[in-house]
Design a protein around this ligand. Sequence first.
Ligand code: SAM
Length: 390
Amino acid sequence: MTNSYAFLATCARGFETQLDHELHALGIEHTTPSAGGIRFDTSFITAMKLCLWSRIANKIELLLGECYAPHEDAIYDLGRNLPLEPWFSPTSTFCIRAHVNDKKFTNSVYLSLKLKDGIVDHMRDKWGQRASIDTERPDIVIGLQVVQRRARVFLELQGDPLNMRGYRRRQLQAPIRETLAASMIAVSNWDPETSGFIDPMCGSGTFAIEAALHATNTAPGIQRHFGFETLPCFPDYAASWRQLREEARDLSKRTRKSLNASIRAIDIDDSALDIAQNNAQTAGVAELIEFSKGDILKLRPTPAVLVTNPPYGERITVNDLELPEFYYQLGRHLRTFNDASLTIISVPELLKKNMHMKPAERIPTYNGPIPCEVARYELGRRGPSTADHD
Ligand SMILES: C[S@@+](CC[C@H](N)C(=O)[O-])C[C@H]1O[C@@H](n2cnc3c(N)ncnc32)[C@H](O)[C@@H]1O
């Protein structure tokens, strides 16, 4: 029988519902939403599949143990009681990455050392030797999370965060995370068979590339490696992993043959378009995206799904317009569109005060450290969102 383990998939704040739907579509039956992620039980093979296929998750972590932790010694005991096999081996290296958000504990390094001491004492008892620590290129990455006296220890399966798909070799100053871009595409409800897709301010091309990967059923992780590939138990799963990758490649090839989707990436800046085209080439989807130079404020009204991230934050003017004026013009222009929708990320004040449209959906989130909002507006006949707002 295949063993089942407890997992946590994390995502950008506010997108737990989209992640939950995605996990169900990928075959996970029972899920429990938790802060910033979704918990579920599944096999190690399915967890590898999630690393390969999830567009929305940032991390896939296997829960090794958890406890109530009123003091530091509880963290040592937790380490001492973790299952060593099949995850660790005496000849593999490991490191601990701690995320501590608890008034009781202020020194996350000290907590990591406590956990490490517990784990290596357990190793010495069991094997007569211990694995060594490597913080640069460890075989095994252990996550320690302590929040409100609850300590959880995870085995991180993804390695580099899942947003690092491997195609964004060049980027502009404010690129959006690939997983956040994919989450917004999920919010836009874009169906490649029925509507065209446009990012009218494409920057380094992330939305258009994610849209093309989605439309072609291409696994977002097909070009990269994952943390689980260096686990001591990986040889037992290597054949299943090869099969998952082969199946993913076949599906993408088959979908491409019959694909008839329109994906456009537009920017006012030549150098952005150059970078976007380069990245699309690296992602293997350049021929599926139509790139063009243009100003969003002059874009011909088109029935399409628009997903974009305009300038905000550190930028003060766009096209010589102050940011509030640019957003006002943007709202005014987009209200001339029919049978279209706009899914946009920006700071809430700029959207609320200047777009003069009522969003069909709004999700407070973060883009990096900046508190932002994702809003979806239905434009023209598709919805009632042209009513003034604020
Ligand atoms: C925040 S960046 C977009 C980042 C992009 N999502 C990425 O992943 O790299 C905003 C982009 O809007 C473009 N832009 C600014 N004003 C524009 C306009 N009026 N029309 C079209 N593009 C514009 C800028 O050149 C810039 O590339």
